[in-house]
Design a protein around this ligand. Structure first.
Ligand code: TEU
Ligand code: CA
Length: 537
């Protein structure tokens, strides 16, 4: 049924198609496999799925290098399979968001082939071309996230082209109106096929500085924290000119207008700027004219949630973007899986996940997170990720979070495939397989179902305001409020020691049932290690 606000507070399940379910025995997941597993996804109680790219691609960045935006890669299936997927998802009450990678294409894309062929062809200006400096070196000092200069010399056109990621991922030139029109048409193509929204890859990188000014260095001793390792020189530059240009926001307003001409469409834009400043993030989602929500990097970093820092993020975001909206996540296909990243076991995982589900914002879950999967060790011989290959061994790349889903505990490939998968099945994941945890009422999987249901039944958790009450490094407490609904008090202990919080005045009834055991005496609540206290006022 129509609900223009469905995305606000929604839980979105991210599917990485290569590793979800193989249906034809080639060791690579596909769309038919996803269709087969949709009832499982629906059983979690989530609102929507986000499918990582499945478009035609040479797969050098595993689909984030698109060579045809209007087709499905044969490895994943056909457009007919995609239509069937949308139909099945809708039957099950799941909305479908797809991952559009518009900032760059694959160098195999016909647009790039044409653009590089001469300096005066009709698409000559579709990519970012520039002459060398007089000494033959690249036009400026911009760096690629995946290593080296962001400029690649092209012998055919005898100019450099810009790539923020792989050499094989040339950047589209968003200063060119035809490029904007074309990518809007790509979005229209998928809207016409019935998708409910988009995850937009790297929206901060769409527009570069037209004058190609050099980025300044960061001050001595500082660096950009990101999923990229310390060894990456990219993190030591101040990226003033290679991204986040004002024209970017103007383009996103055009994008939003297109969305609003359809019904109930939502867009989550990836803006990996948490470390640089929430203002940049806020500009992308300040109200109802740009993206509906920004995919937040605040809880994807190497450090565990810390109450003081979390409180700052929550307060600052509300201050700079009172009408903005975040989409929070603890894991995705680019980061080390949370239990390994933060060295947490069952109780600690549950405390952090409970925090995620009580935040003001929407939530993205990454496949396998609900099983408590740890980061898999992928030896160099099996490594697929080009980013990992570039920085091995200091940075092991992203394959450890991309290994196949374990569906059953027995059987060599955990029910993922009957062939050797593209990345090895992690043997230590098998005891955590879906079938095993399904049968166990105490399992993490069933606990996820419970907390998702708890949130689903309480609009105050989905759409309410948030007011931080107390925050120390160890704990945070806040109150969520929504007109016409009972307020909720939420307190979390992120440590292995005991801590106390104080309830605000008024009547608060403890919400039992999630397996947490806080102790309450008057207004004082004692939280044993990794315990959570939720109460309704
Ligand atoms: O990731 C973008 C990406 O790498 C950023 O998050 C970056 O690390 C951050 O902005 C640095 O601060 C997306 C996809 O999720 C990833 O899988 C692709 O490889 C990448 O884009 C290129 O398309
Ligand atoms: Ca397959």
């Amino acid at each position: 049924k129509p609900d223009a606000d469905w995305w606000r507070g929604a839980v979105i399940y991210q599917i990485y198609p290569r590793s979800f379910q193989d249906s034809n025995g080639d060791g690579i997941g596909d769309l038919s496999g996803i269709i087969h597993r949709l009832p499982y996804v629906a059983s979690l109680g989530v609102d929507a799925i986000w499918i990582s790219p499945f478009f035609t691609s040479p797969m050098l960045d595993f689909g984030y290098d698109v060579s045809d935006y209007r087709n499905v890669d044969p490895m994943f299936g056909t457009l007919g399979d995609f239509d069937a997927l949308v139909e099945r998802a809708h039957e099950l009450g799941l909305r479908v968001m797809i991952d559009l990678v518009l900032s760059h294409t694959s160098m195999d894309h016909v647009w790039f082939q044409e653009s590089r062929s001469s300096r005066d062809n009709p698409k000559a200006n579709w990519y970012v071309w520039a002459d060398p400096r007089p000494d033959g070196t690249p036009p400026n000092n911009w760096l690629s996230i995946f290593g080296g200069s962001a400029w690649q010399w092209d012998g055919e056109r005898r100019q450099y082209y810009l790539h923020n990621f792989l050499v094989q991922q040339p950047d589209l030139n968003f200063h060119e109106p035809q490029v904007q029109d074309e990518v809007l048409d790509v979005a229209r193509f998928w809207l016409d096929r019935g998708v409910d929204g988009f995850r937009l890859d790297t929206i901060n990188f769409y527009v570069h500085d037209d004058e190609l000014r050099d980025n300044p260095a960061l001050e001595e001793g500082s660096r950009n924290a990101s999923i990229a390792p310390d060894v990456n020189p990219y993190n030591y530059q101040n990226h003033l000119y290679d991204k986040n240009q004002p024209e970017n926001l103007v383009f996103l307003e055009r994008f939003r207008a297109l969305m609003d001409s359809f019904t109930d469409i939502a867009v989550v834009g990836e803006v990996g700027e948490a470390q640089i400043g929430l203002q940049i993030v806020a500009d992308y989602t300040r109200g109802d004219d740009r993206v509906h929500m920004c995919y937040a990097f605040d809880f994807l970093g190497p450090d565990r949630v810390n109450g003081t820092r979390a409180a700052r993020v929550l307060r600052d975001f509300d201050a700079v973007a009172p009408d903005g909206w975040q989409c929070y996540a603890l894991s995705n296909h680019d980061t080390v899986r949370m239990p390994s990243r933060w060295n947490l076991e069952d109780k600690g995982i549950r405390a952090h996940v409970a925090f995620l589900f009580c935040l003001k914002g929407s939530v993205c879950l990454y496949q396998g997170e609900e099983l408590g999967l740890t980061e898999a060790y992928v030896p160099y011989e099996d490594l697929q990720d080009p980013y990992g290959k570039a920085f091995w061994p200091k940075f092991k790349g992203r394959d450890g979070s991309r290994t196949p889903m374990p569906w059953v505990a027995d059987g060599p490939q955990g029910g993922f495939s009957d062939h050797k998968p593209w990345l090895p099945m992690a043997m230590e994941h098998l005891p955590k397989a879906v079938a095993r945890q399904d049968e166990d009422s105490e399992s993490l999987l069933n606990w996820y179902r419970d907390i998702i249901a708890l949130r689903r039944m309480r609009p105050v958790l989905q759409k309410g305001t948030i007011e931080v009450i107390e925050a120390t490094d160890a704990v945070i407490s806040f109150v969520r409020r929504l007109d016409g609904h009972a307020p909720m008090f939420c307190a979390f202990n992120f440590t292995g020691g005991s801590h106390q919080v104080t309830l605000p005045r008024g009547e608060w009834a403890w919400l039992e049932g999630l397996g947490f055991f806080p102790q309450r005496q008057g207004r004082t609540v004692t939280l044993p290690p990794y315990q959570v206290f939720l109460a309704e006022g």
